[in-house]
Write a new protein. Structure first.
Length: 550
């Protein structure tokens, strides 16, 4: 009898635990059992296949592959990822990917003698065991170790192929080299291209940017190149803005698509391929003074559509920020004076609407690097990541502005690190590789993963979920919101945008203390409205599923 009572009592407690979530209307979050207390924090949900979920975890400097059963989300195994040495040199972890059900861990190593930056891959078995066979991916010649550059990765839409780009600078030659390769699910090379571009630093305000790169559903490869400078004699801002296209149907022969820009400067660019065989380019632009000097601050959002059948730019629209949006971003006084927006916003998401238009999400992002303490390799550097309000821009199919609004939030998290890197989006002199701020995997699991937001577009409606201060319940006025504060005490908030840009906020009806907190920086999208998520509460971690209901 006592045993029966105990079982009933345990069942009641379990039921309370499973139902006592900070619930929001329309959002259904279910979790598996608590993960083992092994100090291994998940930093990436790699994907799901064959009734298993794969995740990457980190404990200090060691990476682990965690495998879970899909239905119960029970942990099946956790194995350290120890990449075999190359020529007795330690290999640095770079990334891990799931390609058509095959797992690969990717690492890099620098050969000082030959000035070669190597990238290699090792397949991982279903049980999490690394193959002893190393697959060479890149053997990139560089100028020196400090100029070895970096590798950037992009999965194909069907997750069956992987595009990798390496960029590095050659200061003595005033040049930058970029190399792109496309690999299939066996890590065999499908396509490779390498180019070295000369700088002309004598030109005023010279900049060279690889703004973005993309891989579409046909395994075509695209790069956006932006070269700009000021012609002081003609008093003009010169913009060389072009797409480098490598199409599978054309044996990956390089094709250049020009986008003509006059009287404006391109600040950044994000690219999205569509099933209609087009490329959509969006970004911020600035105005140019009479003397040809760019103002650098954000004037508005542009959209260019590239027809990949004809290799032509079908439309190019420049949309200034409207007054209402400027008031929210700058305040009424500065908006009335016609001031432009500071260049602190990065495009994080492009969504293709049901009518063929676009929704562009641009988040205020910046990194503050504090003064290091300590000596040499034992020096520690404090780094603070900030991710604040999001500009929501809705564009019509022709690229013109439909509506815009601003999601109010204020978030920051700090970490202390032995080394620091920006991830995708870095610069060196007049050369830069552009993109939204990506927090390095080595710094995830320590706080920054609680920042940012998760967008879900369903039935023509945009939904955005993020962590917020409980004191902001019901507040949509950006001037009245409070900062996130302690992210361990955050609660989920949902903002819904209708087809006219109207904004509705939904918060938990009842806030429950000591509940799991979602980590928006770590999730895997299963479908239009279903995500695999990772949530935590101090040492209590769980995998779960988030479903946006009708």
């Amino acid at each position: 009898m006592k045993k029966a009572v105990f079982v009933f009592f345990f069942f009641v407690l379990a039921s309370i635990s499973s139902s006592a979530q900070n619930k929001i209307e329309k959002i259904n979050m279910t979790y598996g059992e608590e993960l083992p207390d092994d100090n291994q924090k998940i930093v990436k949900i790699i994907g799901e296949t064959n009734n298993k979920i794969y995740a990457l975890a980190l404990n200090k400097d060691d990476y682990f592959l965690k495998i879970f059963e899909s239905k119960s989300m029970k942990q099946l195994s956790s194995n350290a990822l120890i990449i075999p040495k190359i020529s007795d040199k330690e290999v640095d972890f770079e990334e891990i990917f799931l390609l058509n059900g095959k797992l690969y861990v990717i690492g890099s190593v620098y050969n000082k003698k030959d000035k070669i930056f190597n990238l290699i891959a090792n397949e991982i078995s279903e049980k999490g065991i690394l193959s002893k066979t190393t697959i060479p991916l890149f053997n990139s010649e560089v100028a020196k170790k400090s100029e070895r550059g970096g590798f950037y990765f992009k999965l194909s839409p069907d997750e069956g192929s992987l595009l990798i780009m390496h960029t590095s600078r050659f200061p003595k030659e005033d040049a930058v080299k970029y190399e792109v390769k496309l690999f299939d699910d066996k890590m065999a090379t499908l396509f490779s291209s390498e180019e070295k571009v000369k700088f002309d630093d004598s030109r005023k305000d010279y900049e060279f940017t690889i703004a973005d790169f993309e891989l579409n559903f046909q395994d075509d490869v695209f790069l956006v190149i932006n070269e700009s400078y000021r012609d002081s004699k003609k008093k003009e801002q010169i913009e060389k803005f072009e797409i480098h296209a490598f199409k599978k149907a054309n044996a990956y022969k390089k094709e250049v698509i020009d986008i003509n820009i006059k009287g404006k400067e391109i600040i950044n660019c994000k690219m999205m391929s569509t099933v209609k065989n087009t490329l959509q380019l969006v970004g911020f632009y600035s105005s140019v003074r009479d003397n040809g000097k760019a103002n650098k601050e954000l004037k508005g959002v542009y959209n260019a559509t590239i027809n990949l059948v004809t290799n032509t730019n079908d439309n190019l629209k420049f949309n200034e920020f409207d007054y209402a949006t400027k008031v929210k971003l700058l305040g009424e006084r500065r908006a009335k004076k016609g001031k432009d927006v500071p260049p602190l916003y990065n495009i994080t998401t492009i969504i293709e609407k049901n009518d063929g238009g676009l929704i562009v999400l641009s988040e205020l992002q910046f990194v503050y690097v504090g003064q290091s303490s300590g000596i040499g390799p034992f020096a520690f550097t404090p780094v603070t990541y900030t991710k604040n309000e999001i500009i929501v821009t809705c564009l019509k199919p022709d690229g013109s502005l439909d509506w815009s609004n601003v999601l109010p939030k204020e978030q920051a998290a700090s970490v202390t690190t032995l080394s620091f890197a920006f991830g995708f989006g870095g610069s060196n002199g007049n050369f830069s590789v552009g993109g939204a701020l990506v927090i390095p995997l080595a710094q995830m699991g320590k706080g920054p993963e609680y920042l940012g937001a998760i967008p879900i577009y369903k039935n023509g409606v945009l939904n955005i979920i993020f962590n917020d201060n409980v004191k902001n319940k019901g507040i949509t006025n950006i001037e009245k919101i409070k900062s996130l504060g302690n992210y361990n005490n955050a609660v989920p908030s949902l903002f819904i945008f209708d087809d006219k840009g109207g904004m509705t906020r939904k918060d938990p009806e009842e806030v429950i203390k000591n509940e799991l907190v979602i980590r928006p920086g770590i999730y895997s999208r299963k479908s239009e409205n279903e995500l695999i998520i990772y949530s935590s509460r101090k040492k209590q971690d769980k995998l779960g599923r988030l479903i946006l209901e009708d």
